[in-house]
Ligand binder design. Structure first.
Ligand SMILES: Nc1ncnc2c1ncn2[C@@H]1O[C@H](COP(=O)(O)OP(=O)(O)OP(=O)(O)O)[C@@H](O)[C@H]1O
Ligand SMILES: [Mg+2]
Length: 383
C-alpha cells in the first residue's frame, strides 16, 4: 500500500482569531476623585433631606442617607464609603438631630439613634464593598481562565503547525524507503517534492516563530545602511520567484527615488511576506504590482494585488500575530505571523506599514512608508 501524503491543511489558527483576553481592572487604590465623588453623592442626599426636613421623619432621612452611602460603596469601593459613612453621620447630626447646626446632641435617645446610624452605615459600606471586591476577584479569575485557554489553544496550534508537515515528511520518506520498487518515477518524484515543500514550510514556520519571539523580546536591532531601494526590491523579487510564478508581476519604480536607510535583510523579508500574501490570496493569473515613489520626506512602496481584498474591520487586525481573516484562513495554509513580523520589522526601521482595499478595483494594497534621511544622496543611476 502506498501512502500519498496530502498537503498540509490550514492550521487551526483561525480558531484563535476571536478569543479576546479581556481587560483586567484590578481593585486599584482609591483616588481623590473617588472620595470627592462619594462626598458629592452624600452632600446631595443631605441637601434633599434638608429641603424635605419638614415633611419627612428623621428615620426616613436616615434611610435615604444609608442608601446614598451604599451607592458610594457600590460605585467607589470601601475607603470612600467609610469616609462618607463618617461624613454622613456628622451631617445627619448637624442638620437633623436637635439642636440643629451643632454637633452636640441634647436628647440621650438621639445618641443611640446616631450611634445606630453610624453603625449601619459602616456595616453596609463594608458589606457592599466586600461584595464588590468578590465580583472583581471573580472577574479576574474569569480573565485568567480565558488567558489560559488562549495559551493552550496557541500551544495546540503551534504544535499542529510543527507536527503536520513533519508527519507528511515522515510519511513520504517512509513510503519512499519501503515501497520504492513498486512506485513509478512520477510517484517517487511527487513524494520527494512533498518532502521538500513540507520541509520548506517547517523551516519558514520556525524562523517566523523565532522572528516573532525576537521582536517581542525587543531583540531586533536593524543594521541599517544607505541602500538603493531598487536593489532590495530586486533581491526580494528574486527570492519570491518561485512563489510568484503563477502571477504576473509589474514594477513601477519612479526615477527620482533617493537612497534610504534600512536593513536590507529585514526589508527583503518584509517584501517577501507581502509578495507571498499577494500570491497566496489573489487568484493565479492576476497581476501583482509593486510601486515605489518619493512623497516629500519619505518614500512610499506599495504592493497591490487583484484578490478579494480584506474586510474593512480586519484591515488593522491582520497585523496582529496569529490573526487571519476567516474566509482566507479556510482556503489557504498559513499561521498569521507574516504581517505581524513585517510590521515589527518596518517599525524597527522607523517606517510604517498599513493595508487598504484598492479603490480602482477589487484587491488589497499594502503601503510601506520609509523616512528619507536628510543626508540621502540621489541614486547614482538617477537621470
Ligand atoms: N494580499 C492579501 N489579500 C487578502 N487577504 C490578505 C492579504 N494579505 C494578508 N491577508 C489576510 O491577512 C491575514 C494575515 O496575513 P499574514 O501574512 O500575517 O498571515 P498568513 O499569510 O495567514 O500566514 P503566514 O504566517 O504564513 O504569512 C491572512 O491570513 C489573510 O487573511
Ligand atoms: Mg502571509
Amino acid at each position: 500500500m502506498t501512502v500519498m501524503p496530502s498537503r498540509t491543511p490550514p492550521g487551526p489558527m483561525e480558531n484563535l482569531n476571536h478569543i479576546g483576553t479581556g481587560n483586567l481592572r484590578s481593585a486599584t487604590p482609591p483616588k481623590v476623585a473617588d472620595f470627592a465623588g462619594g462626598l458629592g453623592i452624600v452632600a446631595a442626599a443631605l441637601f434633599i433631606g434638608f429641603l424635605l426636613r419638614d415633611r419627612l421623619g428623621v428615620s426616613d432621612i436616615a434611610l435615604m442617607l444609608l442608601i446614598a452611602v451604599q451607592v458610594v460603596a457600590i460605585v467607589y469601593g470601601l475607603w470612600p464609603a467609610l469616609a462618607v459613612s463618617v461624613a454622613s453621620t456628622l451631617g445627619y447630626n448637624y442638620l437633623f438631630i436637635p439642636p440643629f447646626y451643632t454637633l452636640s446632641v441634647a436628647d440621650p435617645a438621639n445618641v443611640v439613634t446616631l450611634f445606630l446610624f453610624a453603625l449601619a452605615a459602616l456595616i453596609m459600606s463594608s458589606l457592599t464593598s466586600l461584595v464588590r471586591w468578590h465580583a472583581l476577584i471573580a472577574r479576574s479569575a474569569r480573565v485568567e481562565v480565558e488567558a489560559e485557554k488562549l495559551r493552550s489553544a496557541l500551544l495546540t496550534s503551534v504544535s499542529h503547525d510543527l507536527r503536520t508537515p513533519l508527519a507528511s515528511i515522515l510519511g513520504s520518506a517512509t513510503t519512499l524507503k519501503t515501497c520504492r520498487d513498486s512506485l513509478d518515477e512520477s510517484a517517487q518524484r511527487q513524494l520527494i517534492e512533498t518532502i521538500r515543500e513540507e520541509a520548506e514550510r517547517l523551516n519558514r514556520f520556525i524562523s517566523d516563530l523565532l522572528d516573532m519571539t525576537k521582536l517581542e523580546a525587543g531583540a531586533v536591532a536593524p543594521r541599517t545602511e544607505l541602500v538603493d531601494v531598487s536593489d532590495v526590491v530586486g533581491s526580494a523579487l528574486h527570492r519570491a520567484g518561485e512563489v510568484l510564478k503563477h502571477h504576473t508581476l509589474q514594477t513601477t519604480l519612479s526615477a527620482d527615488l533617493p537612497m534610504v536607510k534600512l536593513d536590507p535583510v529585514l526589508f527583503e523579508q518584509v517584501l517577501f511576506n507581502l509578495f507571498d500574501n499577494a500570491a497566496k490570496y489573489a487568484p493565479a493569473g492576476t497581476v501583482i504590482t509593486l510601486s515605489a515613489e518619493r512623497t516629500g520626506r519619505s518614500i512610499t512602496l506599495k504592493v497591490l494585488d487583484e484578490g478579494d481584498g480584506i474586510p474593512p474591520a480586519d484591515l488593522d487586525r491582520i497585523f496582529q500575530k496569529f490573526y487571519r481573516v476567516r474566509a482566507s484562513a479556510r482556503q489557504r495554509a498559513g499561521t498569521g505571523l507574516g504581517l505581524a513580523i513585517s510590521r515589527g520589522f518596518v517599525e524597527a526601521m522607523g517606517g510604517r506599514i498599513s493595508a487598504q482595499n484598492r479603490r480602482d478595483r477589487r484587491g488589497t494594497v499594502f503601503v510601506i512608508e520609509l523616512p528619507v534621511p536628510d543626508e540621502s544622496p540621489e541614486r547614482e543611476d538617477a537621470a
